[in-house]
Design a protein around this ligand. Structure first.
Ligand SMILES: [Zn+2]
Length: 136
C-alpha cells in the first residue's frame, strides 16, 4: 500500500481586503465554491520547482529542484486566504469564467496559476517579494 503524507496548508497571513473582495455589480457575477481553486492551487504548488543558480561560471544553466517544503506531500488547502472571495460568471456560449477578488489593487485573479505566486508570498516562500501579476 502506498503511504501518503498529507500536509494541510492554511494561509494564516492574509492581505485580502474585504472592501476589495466584491466585483462591480454591473458584471453580473455570483459567488462560487472555491474548492476547485484550492485543489488546483495545491497541484500547482507541488509542481513548483525552485531554481538554483549554477555553481560555477560557465557551467550549465540554473538547475530546477523540487521545493523541499512541499515535496513529498499531498497538499490540502482548506480555504482561500481570508477576505479573498471567488466569483463566477457564465458566458453566452455556456462556459464559466472565475474571478478571485480581495487583492489590494481591486483587480481579480482570473486563474489559479496567477494566484499561486501570491499564495507563496503569503506563506513566506518567496523571499518577501511578490511576483504575481497584480503586485508586480
Ligand atoms: Zn502578489
Amino acid at each position: 500500500m502506498k503511504q501518503v503524507t498529507v500536509m494541510s496548508l492554511f494561509v494564516y497571513y492574509t492581505d485580502g481586503q474585504l472592501t476589495k473582495s466584491t466585483p462591480p455589480s454591473n458584471l453580473n457575477m455570483v459567488p462560487a465554491d472555491p474548492s476547485n481553486w484550492c485543489n488546483h492551487i495545491c497541484k500547482l504548488l507541488i509542481d513548483q520547482k525552485i531554481v538554483t543558480p549554477p555553481r560555477k561560471e560557465g557551467s550549465q544553466g540554473p538547475k530546477q529542484v523540487a521545493n523541499p517544503i512541499i515535496a513529498g506531500y499531498t497538499l490540502i488547502l482548506p480555504s482561500l486566504p481570508e477576505h479573498y472571495l471567488l466569483y463566477k460568471r457564465k458566458r453566452a456560449n455556456g462556459s464559466t469564467d472565475y474571478y478571485l477578488y480581495g487583492h489590494g489593487s481591486g483587480k481579480p485573479f482570473d486563474r489559479p496559476a496567477y494566484f499561486v505566486p501570491h499564495v507563496k508570498y503569503l506563506l513566506g516562500l518567496s523571499g518577501g517579494q511578490c511576483t504575481c501579476k497584480l503586485c508586480a
